[in-house]
Write a protein that binds this ligand. Structure first.
Ligand code: PLP
Length: 430
């Protein structure tokens, strides 16, 4: 497959856009480097690049595009919003309608605020938790990404009782000192962190199903134990549902799993492809936020009619009967096909899947936490990624990212993808 124009545009981009990309995960650094594919058009489950090649898209823009690209119902909502003015700086009727829709789907979000990104939503949950508890420290789980605010770009220290270390240049050690990171699915490590730091902990940040080192479900009882242990110590539980919100059911992973947090952060899917974030939770906690309370949070673009109306339209599509059943059906077909191809060609893989989201790890160990995801073979993934790209299948360029099926994917797309996986595995086995 020729991608000369992509290569040329990447060189041009490098001259003006830092690193040639507007988000580092878009670069091909994690898959051996070179020019990323520059896309020009997207419709339904497909992408077309600037060289005219077509791809089946499993990137789904890192998650938001759950109804496929340019879904007519969402496009209509955006067009109508644009024709009536994209930004008012005043309340609008649609934000009330949208907040009601979200609260009906995720009842723990008794009061809601919209903002512009998942990063902002999580950042504010932490501020609100600190305001409510009067404590400073946060506990999070290794490998879980919670956006790029200073507060959460912190890596684990050497154990549950040690403080964090900055995971990016430019983040002061003083901020990392307030963050404790423990392995996901390891309740003993979490209990130990709470034993040492519990009395100072404002909140624990949890991805209820991990979507940032592939797809990793919680072990039975893990989330319940996190809730109990955190609450006994007087700490709040914040679910980062930026990836999981409306992905596995019409609601959050919390609704699917039957476990409730104190605060929830949302993003991605709820914007229908436009920028958005939202956070919410128990009323008395949320009442910490200005104008009712002393914790400040604001935003010029927050609740803009375009994002809100796109979000409403997206949820209207997702609440149609059968949507999540179809994700399960197509997801299972894809998973089975990948496993069959792996068996045929003697490739060792783990496939983790929840409904229409899955991850393929080149490792012989089950992936239940970040360490086991890290152990997966990155070079093998890089070769697989490039073989799939040449087959016209667009995956995220990282062994840590999930594949997302959208409502636009068909059984035929899955069949084409499985055939491509089979040929890619055959090539890898040589
Ligand atoms: N939280 C989770 C779980 C995410 O996956 C992401 C982004 O990938 C974020 C927060 C940050 O969201 P955004 O990129 O919209 O700032």
């Amino acid at each position: 497959m020729k991608r000369d124009r992509s290569a040329q545009l990447h060189e041009e981009a490098m001259e003006v856009i830092l690193g040639g990309v507007n988000s580092p995960s878009r670069s091909f650094k994690a898959v051996g480097g070179g020019a990323p594919v520059t896309m020009e058009r997207a419709q339904g489950a497909y992408f077309w690049d600037v060289d005219g090649n077509r791809y089946i898209d499993y990137l789904a823009a890192y998650g938001p595009i759950i109804t496929g690209h340019a879904h007519p119902h969402i496009t209509k909502a955006i067009t109508e919003a644009a024709a009536n003015g994209t930004l008012y700086g005043t309340p609008t009727p649609w934000e009330i309608q949208f907040a009601r829709m979200i609260r009906e789907a995720i009842p723990s979000m008794e009061r809601i605020r919209f903002n512009n990104s998942g990063t902002e939503a999580v950042m504010t949950c932490i501020r609100v938790a600190r305001a409510y508890t009067g404590r400073v420290k946060i506990i999070k789980f290794a490998g879980c990404y919670h956006g790029h605010s200073d507060l959460v770009l912190v890596a684990a220290g050497s154990g549950p009782s040690t403080l964090g270390i900055p995971d990016s240049a430019g983040i002061p050690q003083s901020i990392a000192n307030e963050v404790i990171t423990v392995p996901y699915n390891d309740i003993d490590a979490f209990a130990e962190a709470i034993r040492v730091w519990g009395h100072e902990t404002a909140c624990v940040l949890v991805e209820p199903i991990v979507g940032n080192f592939g797809i990793v479900p919680p072990k039975p009882g893990f989330l319940e134990a996190v809730n109990r242990i955190a609450h006994e110590a007087g700490a709040l539980v914040v679910y980062d549902e930026v990836i999981t919100g409306f992905r596995f059911c019409y609601g959050g992973a919390q609704n699917l799993l039957g476990v409730e947090p104190d605060l929830t952060a949302l993003g991605k899917i709820i914007g229908g492809g436009l920028p958005i974030g939202a956070y919410g939770g128990r009323r008395e906690i949320m009442e910490q936020v200005a104008p009712l309370g002393p914790a400040y949070q604001a935003g010029t673009m927050a609740g803009n009619p375009a994002s809100i109306r796109a979000g409403i339209a997206c949820l209207e599509v997702l609440r149609q009967p059968g949507v999540y059943e179809e994700f399960e059906r197509l997801g299972a077909l894809l998973e089975e096909g990948i496993r069959r191809a792996a068996d045929t060609h003697g490739i060792t893989v783990q496939v983790n899947r929840v409904k229409g989201a899955l991850a393929v790890y080149f490792t012989d160990r089950p992936v239940t936490d970040y360490a086991s995801a890290q152990a997966a073979d990155g070079e093998m993934f890089a070769r697989f990624f490039r073989l799939m790209l040449d087959e016209g299948i667009c995956l995220a360029p990282s062994k840590y990212e999930a594949w997302f099926i959208t409502t636009a994917h068909t059984e035929d797309d899955i069949r084409v993808t499985v055939a491509a996986v089979d040929r890619a595995f055959a090539a890898l086995a040589k």
